[in-house]
Design a protein around this ligand. Structure first.
Ligand code: PGA
Length: 234
């Protein structure tokens, strides 16, 4: 399974390094064979020699150049980073990234062979508008994306469940995952208010290949427990 932590705009470089160390120690002590990914804030990227895979929350599709506020391939290569998160709802909805710009980014990092965690998910009004509208919305987020890319991981994260403590029912997650699996055979993670208290039941669902965790991942101990659940279930 794939257990991923999106640290968002949290943790300094030092805190991030301590965090990765904590996960790494846990993984070694418990002979964890799951894939553990951590996405730190940009300025907290660093070299990493542990089993934890460190990825970027974002980068601009360029080697370098004049893109104020962005980082490019050079900055990822400095730390040996070959994993990236693309299409997270906060980037779509707060930072205004369009499907078109995400496709460009996707193709750029795909050409370079990056492991890509590509996020999809509907806002509340689309969910409330019924299943058909909701699936249409999510399907549009697959447009232009190579769903057969070998290093692709998809994360289904309902926008209204992110950071809110709300989650779809387990039945809902299972149903949507089954539908999304018909669009791509890539590993499919669930994200949105996954906590140490619900992680195990989510991980146990059919067609759930892992979780993408935000707020609850900031507690190292909790995140380690989630890694442990994945190990138990595998
Ligand atoms: P959350 O965030 O776990 O805080 O809901 C998940 C995410 O944004 O990936």
């Amino acid at each position: 399974m794939i257990i991923a932590a999106n640290l968002k705009t949290n943790f300094t470089r030092k805190e991030t390094s301590n965090y990765i160390e904590e996960l790494s120690t846990y993984m070694n002590q418990n002979a964890i064979s799951q894939e553990v990914l951590v996405f730190p804030a940009m300025s907290s990227l660093d070299t990493n020699e542990t089993k934890v895979i460190v990825g970027a929350q974002n980068a601009y599709p360029t080697v370098n150049g004049a893109f104020t506020g962005e980082i490019g391939l050079t900055h990822l290569e400095e730390f040996g980073i070959k994993t990236i998160l693309i299409g997270h709802s906060e980037r779509r909805h707060i930072l205004g990234e369009t499907q078109e710009s995400l496709v460009k980014k996707f193709n750029y990092f795909k050409e370079l062979g990056f492991k890509i965690v590509y996020c999809v998910g509907e806002p509340l009004e689309k969910r409330e508008a019924g299943k058909e509208t909701m699936m249409e919305y999510i399907s549009a987020q697959y447009e232009g994306i190579d769903t057969e890319y070998e290093n692709l991981i998809i994360a289904y994260e309902p926008v209204w469940a992110i950071g809110t403590g709300l989650t779809p029912t387990l039945e809902d997650i299972e149903e949507i995952h089954a539908t999304l699996k018909s669009k791509s055979k890539a590993p499919l993670l669930y994200g949105g208010s996954v906590k140490v208290t619900n992680a195990k039941e989510v991980l146990a669902l059919k067609n759930v290949d892992g979780i993408l965790v935000g707020s609850a991942a900031l507690y190292g101990e909790h995140f380690c427990s989630m890694i442990g659940y994945a190990e138990e279930l595998s």
